[in-house]
Write a protein that binds this ligand. Structure first.
Ligand SMILES: Nc1nc2c(c(=O)[nH]1)N[C@H]1C(S)=C(S)[C@@H](COP(=O)(O)O)O[C@H]1N2
Ligand SMILES: [Mo]
Length: 258
């Protein structure tokens, strides 16, 4: 449990008068169904409070190029372990396509070159991982909102699911595949981009080539690397463990606001 998460849970728990949440060892605790219920209500409280506050202060802090960390750790998958991915990578991702589908009027496929012709945003931000490390990096990519607008959301659209190329945990049923999801408020936030460059160079395989999500007001695990498909949905409880992401299915909060 990172200092960040602990602090947030303590704050939320304080608001609920449930100081038990300040105890370490929250993995064991969160397996208790009662505690789990409290944690979930604490998460909702945090989310509501942040949503209220963020209406006025909407942008995550941005830094200058002098602040860029000399080293930025590679975390989780270092390289997707599949022949398909290896083949895409070997040819510089020229055959890679990003699919956008689900509850959209105009499903689409984009090559990396297509994405690079769209308006781009560059931002220097701090990445905070729950494992207790942070790093500042510069990211360039297409605002997700532009792609969603081109696809045209249908009235039932509520969440955006990111399907990744990697299996972080090898399982027979594929439930170890990495995925993530965000709501439409974060999807259309100006700093939510699909990044193809980091610190001025093409994204490396370690950091998620050819495309990774940056959703700057949330913790590191929300920033899906190796994004292959973006699916717009009404609900995410039908995917894998049903909680909206690889780590969420293993107990992390879905709304990982910083
Ligand atoms: N597809 C995929 N995305 C992922 C992960 C992963 O293992 N696979 N790890 C997550 C975690 S926990 C963090 S902290 C960041 C790490 O990004 P980095 O390797 O560029 O530092 O990616 C996130 N996105
Ligand atoms: Mo992380």
């Amino acid at each position: 449990m990172s200092p960040l998460l602990t602090r947030r849970r303590v704050l939320a728990a304080g608001a609920l008068g449930a100081t038990v949440l300040a105890l370490p060892g929250c993995d064991a605790l969160s397996q208790d169904p009662d505690v789990e219920a409290v944690l979930r209500s604490a998460e909702a409280l945090t989310m509501d409070a942040q949503r209220l506050l963020l209406r006025r202060r909407p942008l995550a802090r941005e830094f200058s190029s002098a602040d860029i960390s000399p080293t930025f750790r590679v975390n989780g998958t270092q390289a997707p372990d599949s022949e398909d991915y290896a083949a895409l990578s070997a040819t510089g991702f020229t055959d890679w396509r990003l699919t956008i589908d689900g509850l959209v009027d105009r499903p689409a496929d984009y090559s990396l070159a297509d994405l690079k012709t769209l308006p781009a945003r560059t931002q220097i931000t701090r990445h905070d991982c729950v494992e207790g490390w942070s790093a500042i990096g510069q990211w360039t990519g297409v605002p997700l909102g532009i792609l969603l607008q081109q696809a045209g959301l249908q009235p039932k659209a509520r969440f955006v699911v990111f399907h990744c190329a990697d299996e972080l945990e090898q399982t027979l049923d594929g439930s170890g595949r990495y995925y993530e999801s965000i709501d439409l408020i974060d999807a259309f936030h100006p700093q939510t981009i699909l990044a193809y460059a980091m610190n001025g160079a093409d994204l490396s395989v370690g950091h998620g080539a050819p495309l990774r999500l940056r959703v700057e007001r949330q913790l590191g695990y929300k920033h899906a690397k190796y994004v292959m498909r973006i699916e717009v949905v009404e609900r995410f409880d039908g995917f894998w463990g049903g909680r909206g992401g690889f780590w969420e299915d293993r107990g992390y909060e879905w709304y990982a606001g910083i």
